[in-house]
Structure formats: structure tokens, C-alpha cells
Design a protein around this ligand. Structure first.
Ligand SMILES: [Mn+2]
Length: 426
């Protein structure tokens, strides 16, 4: 007998998106609206239960901002026979338990940091067992899974999912550091995680992952967002499906300049770029309406200054609609390179000569200096990564090609500053 759970990651009720173009009501793209859309989806799908993975509320002071939407949503779900379960995250340690006391039917799991199991029975007779833990205080430096009682471990002959809010593979974290090996050793069918806003859940791997934020809250949260459908099939297999319901999408796009690029053409180039993105099926636009674009401008052009200036004037300006999507330029990143004569600069003895020689070396895959530069850059990266002040979740070192591009862009910026006033185009 099948069972369907709608699983919702970090909502952050109380937050409002910033910097939308004129005429676009921030409320429509807010966490509150995203929660209401998730409730409607749960009703439409006639799911058996809804689970909230912590950081439901943005801040302990947002009681009133969260109270009405949460109460209305829970009442609608309960009226349709849909149970609502939540765990507490580091953002709503105090306020979510307070809300749960006021809103009957909002069931907290693992309150106060005491692990708890709950068997949910669906209307078609299917069962799902949840084992969850809630933040007891804003800072938790030990792995909560280490204290999961033996009696709750394993599947107990039922499809079982763990629910926890915390930081995967970041041992120095103040927000419940979780070790993947410990999660896997619990013997559950999977783990739904809250906290990191980038979704990573994937049943083709180990079924341990973040649900991600329900709606992207700012430009740092690019890509598809929405709740997850978690289905327990009649044979006990569990399937996850990410539902792209977010009305706003934060995206990164790239505009490439070349020798022929001209300022008069940037608007039409931008429109073509938006239209191509709108048609790219891999982006899975789903219910998206508004697309906030962080635009990286790359390449070399003698007129790059004018072009970048012209694009800057379009930042947070008039949006461009194509089909059901409306794009706007949220912010521009200037990664263009000046047209500098590297060979002649490289012959010079001052600092610019040294930078030019390294830039030439980066262009030559056979150069030993290129290998040495990449090695040095990776050592720096490693120093940063191992510094507990910086937490880079699921950090992956970038490939050589990406590293060369980053170093080249920064090298050109440095070189341009060094040769300024010496007849460059700067
Ligand atoms: Mn969190």
C-alpha cells in the first residue's frame, strides 16, 4: 500500500526577497507564498502527511509573521486528513516549539533534542516510520546521531526515514555536524536533511541529502527549488521527486564578448540570452514566473568598458518577458579581460612583466610553470577549506580548466591595474 509524504526544507517564514524590479510584489515571491503553494500541492496530490525540516521560521522574533500562515496551512491540511510533522532547526529553536503549542495539529518530532520515532499510517493503509530530532538550543557542536538510541535504529520492519537539521560532513560546525557514515549506519531507508539551502537529495546515491530551501531567498540560492514528494511504493521502495514550485528563480548566466562586440548590441544580446535560457529544458522551470539573473560578462573586447557600463544601467531595471517567464538582470559581474599585448609586456622586468609571463604560462598546457601555479592555487584553496571559520558544505575542488580561467581573469585584472596609464585600453 503506497504512502506519500510532502517533505519541505528550510522555509524561513518572515523573510522577504529584496531587489525585485518595480511592479513585482515581493510578497508573491516570499517564503510565505511558497508555503501556501506547498499546502495547495499537498491538497492537490492528496498526500498522507507533510514534514517540515526545520528553519520553518527565519528568526525567533518572527512569531507573528509565522503564526497566521502556519496556522492556516496546518488547519487546511488537517481538514483534508493530512498529518503535519516538524523538526526544529537552529533558526527557530525557541519560536517553533512556541508555535506548536498554539497550533494544534502541528506535531514536533524529537523536541528538546530527544530522538523520537513516529509511525504514520496513510489513508490507503500504507505506513511510513519517521525518526527525528529537534534542535534543543541555537548551537550544537556534537553530532546528534551519535546519541540516537539503539532501540530506534534500524527499520523495525517498516519503511523508515530519518529527519534531522544539521550540517553534513563539516565537523567544526556549530549547527549539528553530521557524519554521513553515522547516518548510513543507522540502517534507515534514507535521511531527509534541513539546514543547507542547496538541494542534494538523490535516491540513485545513498538517499541522504538536503531538501534545500523551499524557495530561493537570494542570489546565493540558484537553481530549482520547491518541496519534495516522497513516495513509499507498495513493495516498500522509497522514491524522491523534487517539485519545482518556486515562483522566483535565481540563476547565473554568462554573456561572452568578442572582438566584434559593440555597446549598441548588448540589449539584443541580453534578450537572446534570456530567450535561450527560457527554452533550456534542463533548467526545469516548473512554476517559475520571475527569474533573477546574476550575469557574468566574459571575454575580450576593446569596447568592454562601454559595454559593461551600458549593462550596469540595466541592473534591477526593466524586466524582459518570454513565454511565461520574466527575466531581469539582478546583478552584473564584470569578468572581462583587457586587450593587452602579453608577449611584449612579458619581456619587461617590472611587476607587470611577471604577471604577463604567468598569464602566458597559463595558456600553455605543457608549461611546467602552469602546473606549479595550479598546485600553489590548490594549496591556498586547501588552507581556506581547512580553516574552521569557513564552512564550505560538500566542497569539491574545481577542475584545472576552471582554475585556469579564474586565475587568468584575476591575472588580467591585476595586470590592467599595473599598466594603467601606460597606453592600455584601461
Ligand atoms: Mn539551519
Amino acid at each position: 500500500m503506497a504512502f506519500e509524504l510532502l517533505a519541505v526544507g528550510d522555509i524561513h517564514l518572515g523573510r522577504t526577497p529584496q531587489g525585485l524590479p518595480a511592479g513585482f510584489e515581493p510578497e508573491r515571491f516570499s517564503p510565505r507564498a511558497a508555503w501556501q503553494a506547498a499546502v495547495e500541492e499537498a491538497l492537490r496530490r492528496k498526500v498522507d502527511a507533510v514534514a517540515l525540516l526545520g528553519d520553518v521560521v527565519d528568526h525567533d522574533r518572527n512569531f507573528l509573521e509565522a503564526y497566521s500562515p502556519l496556522r492556516q496551512g496546518v488547519e487546511k491540511l488537517l481538514a483534508a486528513g493530512i498529518q503535519v510533522v516538524a523538526i526544529v532547526g537552529n533558526h527557530d529553536v525557541e519560536v517553533l516549539p512556541r508555535l506548536a503549542r498554539e497550533i494544534s495539529g502541528l506535531r514536533l518530532l524529537g523536541a528538546g533534542g530527544a530522538w523520537e520515532a513516529l509511525e504514520l499510517r496513510g489513508r490507503a493503509g500504507g505506513t511510513l516510520r519517521l525518526v527525528g530530532w529537534s534542535f534543543p538550543r541555537p548551537r550544537v557542536t556534537e553530532d546528534p546521531v551519535a546519541s540516537l538510541p539503539a532501540a530506534l535504529r534500524g527499520r523495525a520492519n517498516l519503511p523508515t526515514l530519518g529527519l534531522v537539521h544539521g550540517e553534513l560532513d563539516a565537523s567544526a560546525s556549530y549547527h549539528a555536524p553530521l557524519r554521513r557514515t553515522l547516518l548510513a549506519a543507522c540502517g534507515f531507508d534514507g535521511w531527509l536533511l534541513g539546514h543547507v539551502h542547496q538541494p542534494t537529495l538523490d535516491s540513485s546515491k545513498d538517499s541522504i541529502g538536503y531538501l534545500g530551501s523551499l524557495v530561493g531567498l537570494d542570489a546565493g540560492e540558484q537553481g530549482r527549488r520547491g518541496p519534495w514528494s516522497v513516495r513509499v511504493e507498495a513493495n516498500g521502495a522509497i522514491r524522491f521527486e523534487h517539485l519545482p514550485l518556486a515562483r522566483i528563480r535565481w540563476e547565473a548566466l554568462e554573456l561572452a564578448l568578442d572582438a566584434d562586440s559593440a555597446p549598441e548590441q548588448v540589449e539584443s544580446q541580453l534578450v537572446r540570452l534570456f530567450e535561450a535560457a527560457a527554452k533550456a529544458p534542463a533548467r526545469q522551470w516548473g512554476d517559475a514566473e520571475l527569474v533573477a539573473v546574476r550575469l557574468a560578462v566574459r571575454g575580450r573586447s576593446s569596447r568592454r568598458r562601454e559595454i559593461v557600463q551600458r549593462l550596469r544601467e540595466l541592473e534591477q531595471g526593466t524586466p524582459v518577458s518570454t513565454g511565461s517567464l520574466t527575466f531581469f538582470l539582478e546583478k552584473l559581474e564584470d569578468r572581462t579581460q583587457p586587450e593587452l599585448e602579453l608577449e611584449s609586456l612579458a619581456k619587461q622586468h617590472h611587476a607587470a612583466g611577471g604577471v604577463a609571463r604567468r598569464l602566458l604560462a597559463l595558456q600553455d598546457p605543457a608549461s611546467p610553470e602552469r602546473s606549479a601555479l595550479l598546485r600553489k592555487a590548490r594549496q591556498r584553496e586547501e588552507t581556506l577549506r581547512s580553516n574552521p571559520s569557513f564552512v564550505l558544505p560538500e566542497f569539491q575542488p574545481c577542475d584545472d580548466e576552471t582554475l585556469v580561467r579564474e586565475l587568468t581573469e584575476q591575472g588580467f585584472q591585476l595586470l590592467e591595474r599595473l599598466v594603467q596609464g601606460e597606453g592600455s585600453d584601461a
